[in-house]
Design a protein around this ligand. Structure first.
Ligand code: SF4
Ligand code: SF4
Length: 357
């Protein structure tokens, strides 16, 4: 993705959000945070009243719009003659309004950082044309967090300030949102709904800076020297902590399913009962599941739970920094919230920093 610079700063009144959503849904599929019992999830938005921009975090990250949990890669049909369709058909991304593009509304900074992380690793190390196509079709409206969410450590992970990967970035100011226009695509969105936006005043720009500075001071910072964890990994590789964690972990894979930076998938074929149609399908997989490293002949490279728990952390904090010079964790805290064994990522990383014993 090309680097961005701020194009403009505007103001959007909160009361105009439903009008904005109404206009956008005429030409785009719009996703955003909605209530899901006592939690929140990203879902399709058809009416602005569904949007919950006061959400703390979502069960699954917006990753699901760029790498769907299941995706047909190739479909085939044999009626009357064999036809094979590669779902990677190109779309015209120059036009915002071609019916294929989608917009994700209200993405927090940690999730923006995870999208940026995927932009790097899924182009430079594991090129993924399916994800790249969806990324090109997606438009992102980011939202600055003003309150920390439970279990997160975004300030320690250095992702609290991230606006990377957003086309527009919103910051709440009383009855309005301050809108940073960050890309040409963002400018086109504003242009499409221009009646709803007005230029930000100097006072509003000063106020947003003050708000974000105060926010930065109040967010928790539970992990010192987060960026040094990769260099501490060697010392803890054989540590007792992995056996301790292995005795608690159920190997369920929930931590990886909710993680915005995990991207592993499996590929299988689906043939319909009529034996004339089918698809090659990819679906999310997890390094925490017992058969993830099982190969032909029955050998399993990571047959035990401690070896799989250690691999997850090793991959994020040692292998990925070696590959793209970035830790594969943005501090969202979702793995901690999802874990039925109460394995806490902050405690786990603190244990690594102490040598793992
Ligand atoms: S490892 Fe946990 S805290 Fe880090 S990005 Fe993944 S889910 Fe979030
Ligand atoms: S969610 Fe918890 S119990 Fe399940 S695999 Fe991850 S660490 Fe283990």
């Amino acid at each position: 993705m090309p680097p961005k610079k701020k194009v403009a700063a505007l103001i959007l009144k909160k009361k105009d959000i439903p009008k904005l959503v109404r206009q956008l849904t005429q030409v785009l599929t719009v996703y955003g945070p909605v209530a899901n019992q006592s939690q929140f999830k990203f879902d399709t938005i058809t009416d602005g009243s569904q949007l919950r921009l006061d959400y703390d975090t979502t069960i699954l990250p917006p990753k699901k719009f760029f790498i769907p949990p299941t995706e047909d890669m190739v479909t085939f049909s044999q009626s009357p003659t064999l036809t094979i369709h590669d779902t990677l058909a190109q779309s015209d991304i120059e036009s915002l309004w071609n019916g294929k593009r989608f917009l994700v509304f209200g993405v927090h900074s940690c999730d923006l950082a995870a999208i940026k992380f995927h932009d790097l690793i899924l182009t430079q190390i594991y090129p993924d044309p399916y994800r790249t196509r969806r990324r090109e079709e997606g438009i992102i409206i980011g939202l600055n967090c003003l309150l920390p969410c439970e279990d997160s450590f975004c300030k320690s992970a250095g992702t609290l300030h991230t606006t990377d990967s957003a086309d527009l970035m919103l910051t709440e100011l009383d009855n309005t949102y301050y809108v940073d226009v960050l890309t040409e695509t963002g400018r086109k969105v504003v242009e499409f709904c221009k009646i709803l936006f007005s230029p930000a005043s100097t006072e509003q720009t000063k106020l947003v800076k003050k708000t974000l500075t105060q926010r930065n001071q109040t967010f928790p910072d539970p992990l010192d020297s987060f960026e040094e964890i990769p260099s501490q990994f060697d010392a803890s590789y054989e540590a007792e902590m992995w056996n301790r964690l292995g005795r608690r972990c159920f190997g369920c894979g929930a931590c990886t399913m909710v993680c915005p930076t995990c991207f592993c998938f499996d590929v299988s074929d689906r043939v319909e009962l009529n034996l004339k149609e089918g698809a090659r399908v990819r679906k999310w997989d997890s390094c925490q599941l017992v058969d993830f490293a099982l190969v032909a002949g029955g050998h399993n490279f990571r047959p035990t739970i401690p070896s799989r728990v250690r691999f997850r952390i090793y991959h994020k904090f040692w292998i990925e920094p070696e590959q793209i010079n970035q830790i594969g964790c943005v501090g969202c805290g979702r793995c901690t919230r999802a874990c039925p064994a109460d394995i806490d990522m902050i405690e786990l990383l603190s244990d690594i920093q102490k040598g793992g014993n």
